[in-house]
Design a protein around this ligand. Structure first.
Ligand code: NDP
Length: 245
């Protein structure tokens, strides 16, 4: 039997669009008090107006360790605790390795990988106190790397490695670690790709199938975080039915 999230406090990073926004709204609908972080605070303000429950808006850059720390402190100050961290903020600046603009590599590693590590580091004392949950939004790219997606995949493989080590370190203290690996979801993620060939490839791929919607991933998050305490859903891989690779 599942529990609701009444009385629980959740922090969702990258909640200004896509999966993070849908997840914040779904968790709010389940009764959680939700802190939402991203750089575009105006988008977070409109999310807060739509959400059924209490929402704390946090201007957050996950690549900045101080900003991450401040977001966790502000969440605990406002709501008194932290039960669930949803590490969702991410960028996908795909392109071939040869001739790449390596500043895009830095952005991906700093946002997707280091950013999620900083958030775990800052949140962990609170999660240990509440026997909470770390939920990592990884990707199918965390299991299978493809040409043009090497650095993005490296960040997502890194999340898997970090998450398994974290799981072994904290599971006996009651903290659960969940890795969710979505296939193609209709969001603005691919719109930031600068390589025209890879961007067109992503757009064609989206047009060729019934993609997942952000709400499909939000439903998986709700499933994972509403299990009884002795059940640790450690990994969920979700692809569109139409996605063969
Ligand atoms: P979106 O582009 O819609 O969302 C990305 C979110 O991350 C935005 O809210 C953005 O907010 C935030 N973000 C980016 N950089 C930072 C930063 N430095 N600090 C704080 N927030 C940041 O894409 P999705 O919803 O698709 O992506 C969410 C996650 O899902 C990512 O980790 C992505 O890798 C993963 N994913 C997506 C898939 C897909 O097909 N769409 C498939 C598999 C995984 P802002 O710009 O306001 O800071």
């Amino acid at each position: 039997m599942s529990n609701t999230l009444e009385g629980k406090v959740v922090l969702v990073t990258g909640a200004s669009s896509g999966i993070g926004e849908a997840t914040a709204l779904a968790l709010s609908a389940e009764g959680a008090r939700v802190a939402v972080g991203a750089r575009r605070a105006d988008r977070l303000e409109s999310l807060a107006r739509k959400a059924p429950g209490e929402v704390l808006v946090l201007e957050l850059d996950v690549s900045d360790q101080e900003s991450v720390r401040a977001a966790v402190v502000a969440t605990v100050e406002r709501f008194g605790a932290l039960d669930v961290l949803v590490n969702n903020a991410g960028v996908m600046l795909s392109g071939p390795i040869a001739g790449a603009d390596t500043t895009e590599w830095t952005r991906m590693v700093e946002t997707n990988l280091l950013g999620s590590m900083y958030a775990v580091h800052a949140a962990l004392p609170h999660l240990l106190e509440r026997k909470g949950t770390v939920l990592q939004i990884s990707s199918t790219s965390g299991r299978i790397a493809t040409a043009g997606g090497g650095v993005y995949a490296a960040t997502k493989f890194g999340i898997t490695a970090f998450s398994e080590a974290l799981r072994q370190e904290v599971t006996e203290q009651g903290v659960r670690v969940v890795v969710i690996e979505p296939g193609f979801v209709a969001t603005e993620l691919a719109s930031h790709i600068t390589d025209p060939t890879i961007k067109a490839f992503a757009q064609n791929m989206a047009a060729s199938m019934r993609t997942l919607q952000p709400e499909d991933i939000a439903n998986a998050v709700v499933y994972a975080v509403t299990q009884p305490e002795h059940v640790a859903v450690n990994e969920i891989l979700i692809r569109p039915t139409d996605q063969a690779r």
